[in-house]
Design a protein around this ligand. Sequence first.
Ligand code: AMP
Length: 212
Amino acid sequence: MRKYIITGVQGCGKGTQAALLARDFDLVHISVGDIFRWHIQSHTKLAARIQRFTIEGKLVPDELVEEVVRQRLDQHDWNFGFILDGFPRNANQASFFLESFDIDAVILVDVPDKVVLDRIMNRRLCEKCGLDYNLIFHRPKVDGICDVCKGNLVARADDNPEAVRSRLRDYHEKTAPILELFSRKELIIKVDGTRDATAVQQEIRSKLNLQK
Ligand code: AMP
């Protein structure tokens, strides 16, 4: 059983890296941001409570985040383990999580702010299947159309400059400090996220001693 957290500033590529690890090592990929986006698209009761935070790029209150994470982990469909993407994002969330779970490693995908700002402003998402594109290094074959399901490609509502700056600020003020806690427990492996996705994935696997 493998239990990982993947972290880094928004747009560092952690979602892509988590998906690759999950695919090859049978891990359940739990992305709190994806779960929230699903609620918003599906107009659930929770959507009304979280939407104003997500649109402005602000952190959703801890009790709602904890509820979503607890419900997801309570499904116990993670026989081979899980990778948590975008959680914990502050000290409260970290202590809630560590009360119930231990962790094997925290993967920190390191990318400077100015690089992620550029990436995020060029990020597009298929509104049908959720696949990620980037207009600089992963363009769709036909402009605005998903290669796989032919859905429309759209920018995320929270990928505007103010929301991005707010997310970067939150990361440095609230998320980065909890990494010190994980670092004291020698759980952090840091990888250079400025390279292409395959190279980043190789570095992660080699540092985690994972072989496929
Ligand atoms: P992400 O896809 O990880 O960038 O998350 C999208 C948005 O969901 C964030 O900007 C927050 O509004 C919210 N969100 C995701 N994860 C968390 C979390 N752990 N704590 C609080 N808010 C979160």
